[in-house]
Structure formats: C-alpha cells, structure tokens
Design a protein. Structure first.
Length: 116
C-alpha cells in the first residue's frame, strides 16, 4: 500500500512514517474547517495570491494529530505554477519536510512582497 501511495503522490523520498500519516483519512470535520479557514484567509499569507490557495498546517498533523482542526494551526499558502509558496515556505522545497518557522518566515517575506 505504501508503494502505491508513493507512486500516486510521486514522492518517493517520503519515509514510511510520513506516508502512513498521508494515508490516514482526515477527520470528517476537515472540509468544514478548511472552508472556514479559506473564507477568513482567502489570500496567500506570503505573496497575496488568490490562485490555488490551500490551508497549510503550521504543526503537521503527523506531528500532532490534535491540531488537525485547530484554526490557529493553519496558514494560507498558494500553490502557484510560477511560485509555490506552499512548497517553498511550508515545506522548505521538499514535500517530506516541514518548516517549524513558517509563521516567522511569512512575516519576513510578506513584508518583502509588500515593499516590492
């Protein structure tokens, strides 16, 4: 099953633990929380884009499952083709990583985008 998930996601560098975390179904309340977050925060927190914005978990669900539905644990990041803030800032250019300083990085880079 893990190999199938890896192939589907094309993320062959994921550990077994990370693939397991990805294969665990979301809470039945996730869609509602996701929609609520995006309604309040429809723009990318870094570049301000409204194209392909997704909620990013500040503390990943595989690290702390209790934070999956916590609105305070979400930040909006875009997945644009030109620049993918979700991948770059949320995952440090590697989907198998996570950025524990994403909130601080958002503040720094948002300021740079605003003053451009």
């Amino acid at each position: 099953m893990f190999e199938k998930i890896k192939r589907l996601l094309r993320l062959n560098d994921l550990s077994k633990k990370e693939v397991t975390a990805l294969s665990v179904p979301r809470s039945g309340k996730w869609r509602k929380v996701r929609a609520e977050h995006l309604e309040i925060n429809p723009c990318c927190a870094i570049c301000g884009s409204t194209h392909k914005v997704v909620p990013h978990h500040i503390v990943p669900v595989h690290v702390d499952p209790s934070k999956e539905l916590d609105l305070n644990n979400l930040i909006s990041l875009c997945q644009g083709k030109t620049f993918n803030c979700h991948l770059f800032f949320g995952h440090l250019k590697n989907w198998s990583c996570w950025n524990p300083n994403v909130v601080e990085d958002v503040e720094v880079w948002n300021h740079r985008f605003e003053n451009k």
